[in-house]
Design a protein around this ligand. Structure first.
Ligand code: AMP
Length: 362
């Protein structure tokens, strides 16, 4: 596929990862007349339920990867921890979208912060930490409290510790080393928001409105749209998300998480090179949802209209909360279950969109 040809309907999109995001991408692809092939090492992956084409193999199994690549027209992924070698291997065989560079930047908190800083996108003060002396020196510089994080493989609050004072430093170092670490200033934010933005190879950019996110035990609990922020802050967030996508020469949907400081100034916390949990609201109330937008972008199609039709709150169903779905549904409620066999504490099992239904006057 050249940069400019549209993938025809009936083409096959290869998706690395078989979780709920892969499942929702496959459903959106089917709606557009595309086929999907899911690659995932876990035979019980929820995405396998919605498409007949699948590969169950490890991400470093080059024979299986080559067979998978031969059967698809473009390759994408639903998680940012695709090993760099896997991405490089696949990229030689078929277009990988977003590309290996987007993965490299988003997989490593230091690379990410360096990239954002070079592109004049504000982030929290940060420093690379290589040993305890360095940690103590940087704490003196950045100040306490601060947050010590592993540079790689952290999610939902895993792989990070708040350092409240100098005495905490040794303990935090003990818990997280010898992995590469980054120290960040603790941001006393007013709220957290995110923007899901799409970009295609032609450079067309379309962003959804910012969502206001609330976390519970480090896991996203709800996303509310519109966010309770000024128009100016919303415009800035959308602009920054677009600038990041353009600076990465990005193709696909990108999630950008922000801290909103008192007064409205924004800092980017992190970026995710994939469809994003805080964009699930688009499924219920955007003309084009984030999953369709991603399939459009990676297929070289024109992007769809991201406009929002109603106010909405997306609530994650975590662990046993999933049992709500067979129950009676109130007005405006739109449930989505991911079909996971086993509900565990902290596991994302589904979500509900609460749509503010506009009543017509009688
Ligand atoms: P992360 O894995 O970096 O997205 O962090 C998970 C959550 O921890 C964020 O959504 C914030 O609520 C909180 N957090 C992370 N970094 C900071 C920071 N530098 N200052 C304050 N809170 C933070």
């Amino acid at each position: 596929m050249s940069e400019s040809t549209r993938l025809p309907q009936g083409s096959t999109i290869g998706i690395l990862g078989g979780g709920q995001l892969g499942r929702m991408l496959a459903l959106a692809a089917a709606r557009l007349g595309m086929k999907t092939h899911i690659y995932c090492p876990d035979p019980d992956s929820p995405a396998f339920d919605v498409t007949p084409r699948k590969t169950v193999a490890a991400y470093d199994d080059e024979e299986a990867l080559a067979r998978f690549a031969a059967e698809v027209d473009v390759i994408t992924y639903e998680f940012e921890n695709v090993p760099a070698r896997t991405a490089a291997f696949l990229q030689q065989l078929k277009p990988l979208r977003p590309d290996a560079k987007a993965l490299a930047v988003a997989q490593d908190r230091l690379a990410e912060k360096a990239f954002l800083t070079i592109n004049r996108i504000p982030v929290a003060p940060f420093a690379a930490i290589t040993d305890l002396d360095r940690l103590e020196a940087e704490l003196a510089e950045i100040g306490t409290p601060a947050v010590l994080k592993t540079t790689r493989l952290g999610y939902d609050g895993k792989g990070q510790r708040i350092v409240r004072n100098m005495e905490d430093a040794a303990l935090a170092w003990e818990m997280l080393s010898p992995r590469p670490l980054v120290l960040e200033g603790f941001i006393a934010f007013d709220k957290e928001i995110s923007v899901v933005v799409a970009r295609n190879a032609a450079g067309e950019v379309a962003a959804f409105e910012p969502a206001e996110n609330v976390h519970r035990e480090h896991i996203l609990k709800s996303s509310t749209v519109p966010a309770d922020i000024s128009r100016k802050t919303a415009r800035n967030a959308v602009e920054m998300a677009g600038d990041i996508a353009t600076a990465l020469d990005y193709v696909g949907v990108l999630g950008v998480e922000f801290f909103v400081l008192p007064g409205g100034r924004l800092l980017v916390n992190e970026i995710a090179p994939r469809v994003h949990n805080s964009g699930h609201w688009t499924e219920a109330v955007a003309i084009t949802d984030q999953f369709e937008q991603h399939i459009r972008a990676i297929s070289n199609w024109p992007l769809g209209d991201p406009s929002r039709m109603a106010d909405v709150v997306m609530e994650n169903l975590i662990g046993d909360e999933i049992t709500a779905i067979p129950g009676k549904l109130g007005e405006g409620l739109r449930p989505h279950a991911y079909g996971k066999a086993e509900s565990r504490k902290g596991r994302k099992m589904g979500h509900i969109n609460r749509v503010a239904v506009k009543k017509r006057p009688k």
